[in-house]
Each structure stands twice: as C-alpha cells, then as structure tokens.
Design a binder for this molecule. Structure first.
Ligand SMILES: Nc1ncnc2c1ncn2[C@@H]1O[C@H](COP(=O)(O)OP(=O)(O)OP(=O)(O)O)[C@@H](O)[C@H]1O
Ligand SMILES: O=C(O)C1=C[C@@H](O)[C@@H](O)[C@H](O)C1
Ligand SMILES: [Mg+2]
Length: 176
C-alpha cells in the first residue's frame, strides 16, 4: 500500500510526444494531467530564458522540484526529456507506472521546428537530438515499465494503446 496515488508517468526524448500524448491519455482515463515543463514555465518563465540566464544546472534543479510536486499530484505526468538525468527522480519513478515514448529520428525532425528547446537551438539540431537520445537511452529503458513508439499512425492510436495498458492492473495490484 502506498501513501500517495500512483502516477502514470511519460518519459522519452524531445518530440516523442510526451506532452501531446500525455494530455490525451489523462482525458481518456478521466484523470488529471501535469506536464513538468509547463509547470516550471508557469513559475519561472520560458525555458530558453532560464537556460540563457542561469544555465542548464539551474534548470535541472527547478525541474527536479517540478517533478517531485507533479508526482505527488498523481494522474498522468509528462516529464521534460532530460528529467531522467536526475538520480533522485529516477529513484522516485520506481513507485509509479512509467511509459517510455520513442520516435524515429526521421520522423522527429518535423516535430522539432519551434525554438522552445535550447538544447536543439542553432545548426545540427538533429545530430544533437540523436546524440542526446543515445546518451539517455539506457536511463529511459531502465525506468520504463512499457514502451510505445509514436513514429507512425494517428496520435490517437498511441493514446488508446497507453490508456488500455494503464487500465490493466499491475501484478502487485492483482495480488494486493
Ligand atoms: N504521435 C504523434 N503523431 C504526430 N505528431 C505528434 C505525435 N506526438 C507528438 N506530435 C507532435 O510533435 C510535436 C512535439 O510533441 P510534444 O511537444 O508532445 O513532444 P514532447 O515529447 O513533449 O517533447 P519535449 O521533451 O520537448 O517536451 C507537437 O507538435 C506534437 O503535436
Ligand atoms: O531533453 C531535454 O533536455 C529537454 C527537453 C524539454 O522537455 C525541456 O525540458 C528542455 O528543453 C530540455
Ligand atoms: Mg513536452
């Protein structure tokens, strides 16, 4: 028995669909939706500005706080792509159901055209996306209870598949 509600947490690389899919999964399950990027922007301002004014290490600290608060709230929680880098966050995720969203590099390029992601700013965005994903992949895979690829098909098909998976009791729940 856990003291706080278990969240359904979406992790994965930039542009995999954590925000857009997570919002729709929450609607399908009739539960709350929190996106840690959206939450921290509300409190601290735009992400590129935070990186420019205070650097990535500072961003990771406030991201860590946003993740902790969001996990306590429960429901569906979409993390920023780099939140998995924090060891405390990785530890916290063990108490929740974690879904890894993946996407093929050929597909993601078209999804990353806006300038909201400072780690992809400027030239060579796709080369950096690929390197960052390769570096974090073991952390994503270690944390994930299930993986869904968002590269093809309608977004709603991924949403439905995750909602169906989420409704299936975990072995722990079955035997509780
Ligand atoms: N399955 C999908 N099919 C088509 N387009 C998608 C899909 N998932 C996301 N998109 C589009 O890709 C863009 C990026 O998606 P989104 O912001 O949800 O990614 P993210 O994983 O939250 O990225 P970040 O880590 O930067 O927060 C959005 O314009 C979204 O509409
Ligand atoms: O993958 C990352 O490191 C990031 C992903 C976005 O969700 C934002 O949290 C920010 O742009 C950094
Ligand atoms: Mg997002």
């Amino acid at each position: 028995m856990t003291s706080s509600a278990e969240a359904l947490v979406l992790i994965g690389p930039m542009g995999a669909g954590k925000t857009s899919v997570g919002r729709r999964v929450a609607k399908a399950l009739g539960t709350s939706f929190t996106d840690t990027d959206i939450a921290l922007v509300r409190e601290h301002g735009p992400i590129p500005q935070i990186f420019a004014d205070h650097g990535e290490a500072h961003f990771r600290r406030i991201e860590r706080d946003a993740v902790r608060t969001s996990l306590v709230a429960g429901g569906v929680v979409s993390l920023g792509g780099g939140a998995i880098l924090d060891p405390q966050t990785r530890d916290d995720l063990r108490a929740h159901r974690v879904v890894l969203l993946t996407v093929h590099p050929r597909v993601v390029a078209a999804r990353l055209r806006d300038d909201s992601r400072p780690l992809l700013a400027g030239d060579d965005a796709m080369r950096r996306w690929t390197a960052i994903y390769a570096e974090r992949r073991p952390l994503y895979e270690e944390a994930a209870d299930a993986t869904f690829d968002t590269s093809s098909g309608p977004l709603q098909a991924v949403v439905d598949a995750i909602a169906t998976w989420a409704r299936t009791p975990t072995p722990t729940e079955e035997h509780a």
